[in-house]
Design a protein around this ligand. Structure first.
Ligand SMILES: Cc1cc2nc3c(=O)[nH]c(=O)nc-3n(C[C@H](O)[C@H](O)[C@H](O)COP(=O)(O)OP(=O)(O)OC[C@H]3O[C@@H](n4cnc5c(N)ncnc54)[C@H](O)[C@@H]3O)c2cc1C
Length: 341
């Protein structure tokens, strides 16, 4: 049985994020019943944050809470991860696929002479050792694979496992791991859009997919793009859902056709877009194969609203299809949801 290091970092709130807890569930499974798990947490307040998971059954607790780890910087993060891996002497390293660890973990794997697999969507103990699941060819082919090389680093995709939960209690003993931080990068501030303008929300419970139908001529022979924009934004504000889009819709913007002003190519789901992992999805005015087949691959419960009862992709890939006018449905939904809280 491989010794396993679960590695995570604190969030700005000083706590562990959801994907860190998901990775902990996977790490515990891979460590098996023989208590081979070591927990390693870095970032400010890491010593306090470990209390969140203090009862998970790890046999050692390693913490790197150098104040220089407050800002995510590659040089500092890679040094922290490398120090934790070396102190743990683990053969398997399991980490959540946060943007911070996506940057730092490959470098740490290189420094430790390891191998890394990223975007891992599942990991289990098989008869011949650890087996992981990854998708290839833009998420069309799934592979299950193992490696003989150690240490082996696994960066888990968000949603790959259920988050660990249990009573909060500080672990009996914590080992502080010194980190030699040599970063010349200074963070002087952050420029970010207002949170209300941010419509991509990876943690949201629901993904609303907007298709090109929103900009097409409707029953009255006219387009209603501004109305579509207001309905969608109102729905997103009320539900805090995340927004995805078909390629046709985002492409129209770059061709000068009036399109939803808050859309960018980052919203695109599908073969040449993203494959989000929200628990639920609602496709609206969308016909395409790629958004329904590839873009929705990891969405667990899928529904679609389409005027066309013969929309094959919605029929074939959604659990429920509402044959209805999405303008009317969203207006009614917004009414039922009440004022934006
Ligand atoms: C190599 C390649 C890669 C591609 N990659 C992607 C990708 O990653 N993602 C992607 O999305 N596409 C991708 N495409 C394009 C894809 O094949 C489709 O062309 C595209 O997804 C269609 O977008 P759509 O469904 O929004 O628009 P349309 O096909 O125009 O469908 C609009 C739908 O809206 C419905 N509608 C209209 N008005 C209403 C209303 N009032 N209420 C309800 N429904 C209404 C219509 O019935 C229709 O079904 C790719 C294509 C290729 C060739």
């Amino acid at each position: 049985m491989d010794s396993v290091l679960w590695i995570a970092h604190t969030e700005a709130s000083g706590e562990l994020g959801r994907s860190a807890l998901e990775a902990l569930t996977t790490a515990l499974r891979l460590a098996g019943p023989s208590e081979q798990l070591v927990a390693g947490v870095f970032g400010p307040g890491a010593g306090r944050a470990v209390a969140q998971v203090g009862r998970c059954g790890a046999r050692r607790w390693l913490v790197a809470d150098d104040p220089q780890l407050e800002q995510p910087r590659y040089a500092a993060d890679v040094a922290a991860v490398t120090a934790l891996v070396r102190a743990s002497e683990a053969r398997l390293v399991v980490a959540p696929g946060t943007s911070r660890l996506h940057r730092a973990l490959p470098g740490a794997a290189q420094r430790c002479g390891g191998r890394i697999d990223t975007r891992v969507t599942g990991a289990a103990l098989a008869a011949d050792g650890v087996q992981i699941e990854r998708w290839f060819y833009r998420q069309r082919l799934v592979a299950r694979l193992s490696r003989a090389h150690r240490p082996w680093f696994l960066l888990l995709a968000p949603g790959a496992d259920a988050p660990w939960s249990g009573p909060a209690e500080p672990p009996a003993a914590i080992e502080r791991v010194p980190v030699e931080v040599a970063s010349r990068t200074r963070v002087v501030g952050t420029e970010a859009p207002a949170s209300s303008a941010q419509t991509i929300r990876p943690e949201a419970d629901l993904l609303l997919v907007a298709g090109a139908g929103w900009t097409k001529k409707q029953a009255d022979g006219q387009t209603h793009v501004r109305e579509a924009e207001a309905l969608i934004l109102d729905f997103l504000a009320k539900t805090q859902a995340s927004l995805g889009s078909s390629k046709s819709l985002v492409d129209q913007g770059s061709e000068g056709t009036p399109v939803l002003s808050f859309l960018s190519h980052l919203h695109q789901v599908g073969q040449t877009g993203s494959t989000p992992r929200h628990p639920r999805g609602l496709a609206t005015c969308c016909h395409g194969e790629e958004p329904h087949v590839v873009g929705w691959r990891f969405i667990k419960e899928r529904r679609a609203i389409n005027l066309d009862p013969n929309c094959g992709w919605a029929q074939g890939k959604a659990d429920v299809v509402y044959v209805a006018d999405a303008f009317e449905v969203l207006a009614r939904l917004n009414e039922l949801l009440g004022p934006t809280g």
